[in-house]
Design a protein around this ligand. Sequence first.
Ligand SMILES: [Ca+2]
Length: 266
Amino acid sequence: MKKQSLLLFAMLMIFSQAVLQGCSESGANSGSSAASTEDAVQKIELSSSLDENIIETIRSNPSSIADFFPIFKNEVSERLIIPFSTLSEEELFVVYCSIVAYSFAPYGASVAKELADLLQESVLDCDNYCYLTRYLFIEGINKNGMPDVPFYFVGWDCGAVGNHAEIFVNINNRSLLLDPTIGIVALSDFNSVASGRYLALSSILDLSTRNELSDYRSDIINSLSEGLYKPSDLLYFFADLETYKNPATGSAFWPTPGATLCGNTD
Ligand SMILES: [Ca+2]
């Protein structure tokens, strides 16, 4: 009996990790309007601030992200238009950390959670990009003296964007959505996204540099702009990195609509 209980516990933990770490595209919309709606998204092709030597320097010395931030600021500041041209220094730094995390590795299955492991991964997926964004931000502010700000790690499942992780950051009463898996940022808050409010395409900034996941990127942009996220898509909402990395229970026990109603946890 004891062995059976242990086996069941082990299976639940493995299953819950799979749910937490997954980034399925299966639930994504195949909206044909996505290609046309992307035209209004602010798209900036970054080059100098994501130079390969810079990324490798940050990989070997993460706190150096603070030193390279001015290059990013110079590259985007003249090109951003309303509303992104109003981003503060702190908001721009959060955006920079998310796009550096995006730049570290292409998309693929990963279970890494610690900074040293994340830095060496050859591929990353949604939750790992979120961990890395937070780590890089902490490394950066410890060096440049910027204030810490709340990061909210949000997981969705079974809805418009499938199994996916994103970050909401609140700075001076304004919220940014960071999606380092696909290299986009949106000026929106959790309640607006979760309740399916329409979002102006001009409030979405595309800083992606890879062609991978282009259909999924279009699906997420379409889901944000058309208000296709639903409260019942919520799988998790973690307010700190450590709890996000090591939840008190496996996802099969989470009292959220995404965990309770989604077929993944049956
Ligand atoms: Ca993962």
